[in-house]
Design a protein around this ligand. Structure first.
Ligand code: GLA
Length: 375
């Protein structure tokens, strides 16, 4: 990176994330438990005094120039739309956006369910604000990134990924209340165990439309429940209250709501288990979460199920589940530190024999969200 360092003024990074538990809960107004990763996107940037943003990437040969007067016109342009989205939202919010040269270096694997898009958006917004000499407020940046993703990219996501990418802290999970943005940092102390990521490497398709469909279903489920009793958010409905009306709901909506209600309860249990360092209890909750995402919310798919089943069959794996939006992407597994290599071999072989291509494994190092370095 020495050559790069000399050509740019700042290196601004933001993190990918895992979500330990609380899946498809953020947009239902509940609590989630993500953590930021040392897998990051780094934006190298310098102001260029012109009315354009020149984009380049370390892993693709493309060069794309964004005209600052036409920021709305890059929707769907491969590689560039995330960047245009961020500049567009900042401008709309009355923040300064300077012409600049940018080199983006993404170490969060695309389509892995580890939030490469949030890492790109958060790092680029922080980079644009940095060259304009603006104050860096990670929560504000997360909300700009969320607006970019929802309004420009068209993924009607919740706040979890952008918040984790911007506000993560080394060694800490984040118990984030997505209705209030109240966030408590909880040390990830797992004794002899560690998290291992397995990326299914499933080719990405239809993720956005299926995700948006689940979101609509959860909204419809809340509307049905509200015919019987008031609840502001689906994730705020308790299991006991839910059971009083469950069999009066449309069958599909009942399944979706059942996942959300019980997954929210699992987040509370998992937080207690993490605070006590109770790995078996945490592992059991991860398994139940995956089962619920598989059978009730129906967002896993064969690749993630094979990965989770193989991990859960490994003797010193306390529990495994998909992480992120699903429909492909990654699992996280709680594995005994001394057996990580054996785990990778075991799960890798099973996955290959059933799916026909290999997964990729990453160690989990929990890291800070935004970092800014003057070069
Ligand atoms: C994706 C979305 C998040 C969240 C997760 C599922 O990662 O971007 O907002 O909804 O899926 O928990």
């Amino acid at each position: 990176m020495k050559v790069l360092d000399r050509n740019f003024d700042f290196a601004v990074s933001a993190a990918g994330r895992i979500n330990i538990i609380g899946e498809h809960i953020d947009y239902c107004g509940g609590q989630v438990l993500p953590a930021a990763l040392s897998l990051k996107n780094t934006v190298y940037i310098r102001a260029n005094g012109r009315n354009e943003i020149n984009l380049s990437w370390t892993d693709v040969p493309d060069r794309i120039t964004l005209d600052l007067d036409r920021l709305e016109s890059y929707k769907g342009v491969k590689y560039a739309d995330y960047f245009a989205a961020c500049a567009y939202i900042l401008r709309r919010e009355g923040r300064p956006v300077l012409g600049c040269d940018v080199l983006s270096d993404c170490r969060v694997p695309f389509g892995s369910g580890l939030s490469s898009s949030a890492a790109i958006e958060v790092s680029f917004i922080a980079a644009l604000l940095t060259i304009a000499g603006e104050r860096i407020d990670p929560v504000e940046i997360a909300l700009y990134a969320l607006a970019a993703e929802r309004e420009y990219v068209g993924m009607n996501c919740g706040v979890m990924d952008q918040y984790a990418s911007a506000c993560g802290k080394k060694g800490m999970a984040m118990l984030l209340d997505c209705a209030t943005l109240d966030c408590k940092y909880i040390p990830v102390a797992l004794g002899d165990y560690t998290f291992v990521i397995a990326n299914s490497n499933k080719p990405h398709s239809l993720v956005v439309s299926k995700y948006n469909e689940r979101r609509q279903e959860s909204e419809a489920a809340l509307a049905e429940i509200n015919r019987f009793f008031p609840a502001e958010h689906l994730a705020a409905v308790t299991p006991d209250d839910f059971e009083t009306v469950a069999d009066r709901l449309d069958p599909i909506l009942q399944k979706r709501a059942r996942h959300v209600v019980y997954e929210s309860a699992r987040v509370k249990e998992a937080t207690k288990a993490m605070r006590k360092g109770d790995v078996p209890a945490l592992g059991a909750l991860l398994r139940s979460s995956h089962d619920s995402l598989r059978h009730l919310y129906e967002v896993t798919g064969r690749e993630l199920d094979v990965l989770a089943d193989a991990a859960n069959a490994f003797p010193l794996c306390a529990g495994s589940r998909m992480t992120g939006g699903g429909f492909g992407g990654s699992t996280i597994s709680l594995v005994h530190k001394g057996l990580v290599e054996a785990f990778k071999e075991y799960v890798g072989e099973r996955y290959y024999s059933l799916i026909g291509y290999a997964p990729t494994f990453y160690p989990v190092e929990i890291s800070d969200g935004i970092t800014i370095k003057a070069l």
